[in-house]
Design a binder for this molecule. Structure first.
Ligand SMILES: NC(=O)c1ccc[n+]([C@@H]2O[C@H](COP(=O)([O-])OP(=O)(O)OC[C@H]3O[C@@H](n4cnc5c(N)ncnc54)[C@H](O)[C@@H]3O)[C@@H](O)[C@H]2O)c1
Length: 255
């Protein structure tokens, strides 16, 4: 069976940023036949992503919401589901950078933003798509975690912990939803060059990290999208509760 997503509808949170991974997932999934609900807080960026999906011959709509505003976000998910008729795939991708902050430098606002976007956002997006997936007895939910959830980090512990929460949801929900044929997996990227990482790393740091990778280069957004699209496909019908980490061999741990 080919890695096709024909006939599927995907909701991808945080997919409205140029050069970001969410947009890359939207492009690859639409190349493989999926319609896409493009979510972001940034309307112009979401519109651009939707145009790229349409250019691939697929239906696209935009969903503009701050994931921390749960009533607004989830009401708009229900509207988008009604408009498309279903949501088969949810990618919980929206996130904010940990900004390399030391533990003492994380105040309450920064902590709440991190857990509000990454953890609450993913929890309530999943809760919103669940009734439809259960009714159709089918679904693939993909959480975007991080190598920092797997191997720790000597900075940005609030980010590592929020990502570890997503891995926790992955394993618990895989069990909880399995009877409904809803699969839940996580993709835990290593360092990927996007706007998020460009802001907190100098070009020298980026070059050095790439040169030190066991597989010889940094992971790209497209590398992550291949894993995400595969987990969304029927080829992975028997995979649930797993964390897959495309990371150029930088972190190799069982988790
Ligand atoms: N870049 C990396 O090295 C790396 C590594 C591991 C994991 N990740 C994760 O991958 C995901 C994508 O990151 P990226 O590097 O492509 O960065 P990005 O900034 O391009 O993507 C994050 C998206 O989330 C959106 N977003 C942020 N706050 C939001 C909010 N309150 N409501 C709605 N949308 C909001 C942004 O507008 C943006 O489009 C994130 O979850 C990130 O934590 C990134």
């Amino acid at each position: 069976m080919a890695v096709t997503l024909e006939g599927k509808t995907a909701l991808i949170t945080g997919s409205g940023t140029a050069g970001g991974m969410g947009r890359s997932h939207a492009i690859l999934m639409s190349e493989r036949g999926a319609d896409v609900i493009v979510h972001d807080i940034n309307e112009d960026g979401a519109n651009e992503t939707a145009e790229l999906v349409r250019a691939n011959g697929q239906k696209a709509s935009t969903l503009i919401a701050d994931v921390r505003d749960v009533p607004d976000f989830t009401a708009k998910i229900k509207e988008a589901e009604a408009q498309h008729g279903k949501i088969d795939i949810l990618v919980n991708n929206a996130g904010v950078t940990g900004n390399k902050l030391a533990m003492e430098d994380v105040d309450e606002a920064i902590f709440d933003q991190m857990f509000g976007v990454q953890v609450r956002g993913a929890f309530f997006a999943t809760q919103a798509v669940l009734p439809g997936m259960k009714a159709r007895n089918h679904g693939s939910i993909i959480m975007i975690s991080s190598i920092y959830a797997m191997g720790g980090s000597d900075f940005a512990s609030h980010y590592a912990a929020a990502k570890a929460a997503l891995s926790g949801f992955t394993k618990a929900w895989a069990r909880e939803f399995a009877a409904h044929k809803i699969r839940v997996n996580a993709v835990a990227p290593g360092f990927v060059l996007t706007g998020m990482t460009q802001g907190s790393n100098t070009p020298e740091m980026i070059a050095e990290r790439g040169a030190g990778m066991p597989l010889g280069r940094l992971t790209t957004p497209e590398d992550i999208s291949y894993a995400v699209a595969w987990l969304a496909s029927a080829e992975t019908e028997m995979i649930t509760g797993q964390v897959i980490s495309p990371n150029s061999g930088e972190v190799i741990v069982g988790y």
